[in-house]
Ligand binder design. Sequence first.
Ligand code: SF4
Length: 109
Amino acid sequence: MTPASASRTLTGRLERRLDWHDLGTCREDGRDPAMWEADYGKKARQARALCWLHCPVRVRCLMYTLEQEAGDLPRYRFGVAGGLNKRERAELDRGLRERREARTEKAAA
Ligand code: SF4
């Protein structure tokens, strides 16, 4: 085993051991989880700010949430996750799907 493959394996093992969501700012002691359940208003704005300015796992959270919600209708989404509210995630999901479809069509042509 080369040092590089050993480190990849170790990294993989560490990744599996860590529950990234536990590292989220929303999981810190004293945080009100209800802040992340709102889509709009003061609580949602505060939640978004905490995601964007303080959360070390924001990108991972956003990618995970988009994956979980993929194809869902906007009405089945709720709250702030990955720094975006349900409408923003729905728009991002739609944009990503359109780009994927355009790429697939281009490759098939
Ligand atoms: S990005 Fe926001 S919702 Fe996601 S883990 Fe971080 S604080 Fe929580």
